[in-house]
Design a protein around this ligand. Structure first.
Ligand SMILES: [Zn+2]
Length: 484
């Protein structure tokens, strides 16, 4: 109910703001928003990784503003993208693991920019980001590049379906009209099977093709049914392949930016590169981005390149959230956010005392992820799987991070001495007061949103959370490990 109340309250203000500003003054920047799906911050060389995974993105960081402490609002694609598009947290926009659709209500970036004269275009390689989940709202054209009609996967970066789609859009654009382009690249998402040369780039010398094939057969279902089934050596191969995917998506981003530059439009463009969430590859006893809110799954890269090289090389260490990009982008376009429509802040404004600003993330009851297990598998493994039937919320202030579950359990980490979140300090007397204060922040966060929706009925056997799927969507979601 909380999100619905908020949406109803916001809608008239949005309508007024849009009516008041129908013409587009010259001089507004183009906006290109690139999401590199499932790429965790600590795997980019520009974020301190010791492998040279991301030379192109690192170079963009040097041309713009790099946020070194950026976080998603969730560890899952749909709620994170919905936050990006609406400036609202999952508890407010309501598109979660429990309700897999962004319902009409809160205005999206594409709607607002479109109403201010922008041509709006999206190319998405992730079936969760598109018409099936309501995330296409407001775009003049939304190309689902994962669909077969866009041709087979091509190993050459300058033949990638996203690049071809964006190039066609730019060619069709009327001269002088500002544009908003959103692109989702799925490469970082499992299975980690990049083409050469990235496939072999980070594998340990002597890794056999059979070891790679075996690692690539692993999925989350098999892992959670039997965590011992993936030995550490195989997780090492999976980590190397994941780094290869990060390098692959880096090359794709480089090719897209080259194309923008060649079109003569880059200098007038505000370019954002970020991710929707990270990934566990054996970290914390998890595989893929389910059932957890550790930093591995919510710390993301965030780089904003401003037009004409403004503020090149700036590094911002204060915490930043995906939810802030809505206000940030609108401010850069000279558009006042609809009153009350965003909980985020303009990241490019003076940070003030933002270094201690709380950072929140949410994970809802994973009906979708647990729907991957057959009723028989779930029944036979109830003791192992049913603890995952819960919501999680996290809050970080400074170096302290609390993850609170709807079953009442807490995990508390002191990131200054334990950045990998390995020592749970919840309940320890020396940090009890801190734990209490962080828990109170989470309670206030929920209250501000008007309360959380009721927990779903605890299902004996979770079903798939997706409604009717067309056969091609079902096939693609199966390949990504979302449905069976
Ligand atoms: Zn994702």
């Amino acid at each position: 109910m909380g999100s619905l109340h908020r949406v109803l309250r916001v809608a008239p203000a949005v309508a007024l703001a849009l009516a008041a500003c129908s013409a587009t003054p010259a001089g507004r920047p183009n906006v290109v928003l690139i999401v590199i799906d499932t790429v965790r911050a600590d795997r980019l060389s520009g974020y301190g990784y010791d492998r040279p995974t991301t030379p192109h993105i690192d170079a963009l960081g040097e041309r713009g503003v790099r946020f070194s402490n950026a976080f998603s609002t969730s560890s899952w694609t749909l709620p994170a993208h919905a936050s990006l598009f609406t400036g609202l947290f999952p508890i407010e926009h309501g598109a979660t693991q429990e309700r897999t659709r962004l319902e009409a209500g809160a205005s999206t970036l594409a709607e607002i920019l479109g109403a201010h004269g922008y041509a709006t275009f999206a190319a998405s390689d992730n079936p969760l980001v598109g018409p099936g989940t309501g995330l296409d709202r407001g775009f003049d054209a939304f190309v689902e590049t994962w669909r077969g009609k866009h041709g087979p996967r091509h190993p050459e970066p300058d033949r990638h379906a996203n690049l071809l789609a964006v190039t066609r859009f730019l060619e069709s654009l009327e001269p002088g009209r500002p544009f908003f382009v959103f692109v989702n690249y799925i490469e970082g998402h499992g299975p980690y099977a990049p083409p050469e040369p990235q496939r072999s780039r980070f594998l340990a010398p002597g890794t056999s093709p059979e070891a790679v094939r075996s690692a690539l057969r692993r999925d989350a279902v098999g892992y959670y049914l039997d965590p011992a089934s993936i030995p550490p050596a195989e997780f090492a191969v999976l980590n190397d392949l994941y780094d290869g995917e990060v390098a692959r998506v880096d090359a794709l981003v480089g090719a897209l930016v080259d194309a923008l530059e060649q079109s003569g439009r880059l200098d007038a463009t505000l370019l954002v590169i970020t991710s929707d969430h990270g990934e566990n590859i054996g970290d914390h006893g998890h595989f893929r981005h389910v059932f957890s809110l550790y930093g591995t799954t919510v710390r993301i890269p965030l780089i904003v390149v401003l037009p004409d090289g403004q503020r090149a090389g700036e590094v911002r260490p204060e915490p930043a959230s995906l939810v802030d990009l809505f206000a940030t982008l609108l401010a850069q376009c000279g558009i006042e956010p609809p009153s009350g429509a965003t909980t985020g802040r303009d990241l490019l404004a003076d940070a003030g005392d933002a270094s201690e600003a709380p950072i929140y993330a949410e994970y809802y009851t994973p009906l979708q992820a647990l729907g991957l297990f057959s009723p028989e598998e779930f029944a036979a493994n109830r003791a192992r799987l049913s603890p995952f039937l819960r919501r999680l919320r996290s809050v970080q202030v400074g170096d302290w991070r609390l993850i609170a579950a709807s079953d009442g359990s807490h995990e508390l980490f002191d990131l200054s001495s334990d950045p990998g979140e390995r020592r749970n300090l919840a309940g320890s007397p020396s940090s009890l007061e801190r734990e209490r204060r962080l828990a109170a922040l989470l309670d206030a966060f929920v209250e501000r949103a008007g309360g959380a929706p009721p927990l779903p009925d605890a299902p004996g056997t979770p079903g798939a959370a997706f409604g009717d799927l067309d056969p091609e969507s079902a096939r693609r979601l199966r390949a990504l490990g979302y449905v069976r």
